[in-house]
Design a protein around this ligand. Structure first.
Ligand code: GUN
Length: 278
C-alpha cells in the first residue's frame, strides 16, 4: 500500500549516499561504540550499528566492557576516545548497569563527538533551534517525514512519550519545523482526545499497540517509534498498525520503519562530526 512510509528503503538510500561520499574522503570516518554488559537487545543494536558502519566504509571500533566495570574506568575509556584523532563519533549504548551514573558518562563525551546528541550542550542547541549533533531517532523521523513529502509547518503534532532519547527531542524537532506540538506523558489526561486532533502522531511509549484505531483521524501521519517483543516472539510497535493503516495518509511499519533510520542517522551524524574537523 502506498501509505506505508518505508523506513528501510529511505535508510538504505541514505546509507548509500553516505557510502559514496566516504569514498571521496582521505580517511574513513570513525565511530566508537561502547557496550557494557550482556543485555541481549543492546548486543543486537550494537552489532547492527557496526555492520552499517562497515558497509558504508567507516572505521568501526566496538569496545566491549564487563558488567563490572567501574564508573571511573568507563569515564577513562571515554577520555581515551575523546583524544583519539581517528575517532569522530562516540556512542555509549544505553542502558548502563545501575552502579554507573549514565548522565555523568554521557556528559563526559566531547560535544564534538557526541553523535547520539544526548549531552546537554547538543540538547541545548537543539532547544535553541541552532542544532549541531541531534539525537538520531527524532532526526531520522524528520528525514522520513521530509522523504514522504510531509510538511510539518502549521500542523498539529502529538508526541506520546517524554523520554530524553525520543519524546523530548522529537517535540523540539517538530517545533523547530514550526509544528504546533503537544507532548503527552504518563499522567496526561485523555490522550485519545489529543491524538484525535493530530495531523502528525509520533508514539514512543514502549507499550504494544497503545495507539488505537479509533484515536487517529482520517488522513493523519502516524510514526511508530516503539519496538516491543510479544510473548510469541514477534515484534510490534506502539500503534495498532492493522487498525490504523486503512485511514492514515502515512504510517511507519515495525519492523522496517523508524529503526533503520536511527542507524542511518548515526552514520550521518558521524560524517557531520568528521567534516567539522576539516
Ligand atoms: N539505547 C536505546 N536507544 C539508544 C540510542 O539511541 N542510543 C544509545 N546510545 N543507546 C540507546
Amino acid at each position: 500500500m502506498d501509505n506505508i512510509i518505508d523506513g528501510k528503503k529511505i535508510a538504505k538510500d541514505l546509507r548509500g549516499k553516505i557510502a559514496e561520499e566516504v569514498k571521496t574522503l582521505d580517511r574513513p570516518p570513525g565511530l566508537a561504540v561502547i557496550l557494557v554488559g550482556e543485555d541481549p537487545a543492546s548486543r543486537v543494536y550494537v552489532r547492527n550499528k557496526e555492520l552499517a558502519c562497515i558497509e558504508a566504509g567507516f572505521y568501526s571500533d566496538k569496545i566491549k566492557k564487563s558488567e563490572n566495570i567501574t564508573e571511573e574506568e568507563l569515564l577513562l575509556e571515554v577520555d581515551r576516545l575523546n583524544d583519539n584523532p581517528n575517532i569522530d563519533g562516540i556512542l555509549v549504548q544505553l542502558p548502563l548497569p545501575k552502579h554507573i551514573d549514565s548522565n555523568k558518562v554521557l556528559e563526559r563525551i566531547s560535544p564534538l563527538k557526541d553523535v547520539d546528541g544526548f549531552c546537554s550542550e547538543n540538547i541545548g542547541k537543539l532547544m535553541q533551534n541552532k542544532p549541531y549533533l541531534r539525537p538520531c531517532t527524532p532526526q531520522g523521523v524528520m528525514t522520513m517525514l521530509a522523504s514522504a513529502g510531509v510538511d510539518v509547518m502549521g500542523k498539529n503534532c502529538v508526541v506520546i512519550g517524554a523520554s530524553n532519547i525520543v519524546g523530548r527531542p522529537m517535540a523540539m524537532e517538530l517545533l523547530n519545523a514550526r509544528g504546533t506540538v503537544t507532548i503527552c506523558n504518563s499522567k496526561t489526561q485523555d490522550v485519545a482526545g489529543k491524538v484525535r486532533q493530530a495531523d502528525i502522531v509520533v508514539a514512543g511509549v514502549g507499550i504494544p499497540k497503545f495507539v488505537k484505531g479509533d484515536w487517529v483521524k482520517d488522513g493523519a501521519i502516524v510514526i511508530d517509534v516503539g519496538i516491543n517483543r510479544l510473548d510469541d516472539g514477534t515484534l510490534c510497535g506502539d500503534v495498532d498498525f492493522d487498525a490504523i493503516k486503512g485511514k492514515a495518509a502515512g504510517i511507519t511499519p515495525v519492523p522496517g520503519g523508524v529503526g533503520p533510520m536511527t542507524i542511518a542517522t548515526l552514520l550521518e551524524n558521524t560524517l557531520v562530526a568528521y567534516k567539522a574537523k576539516l
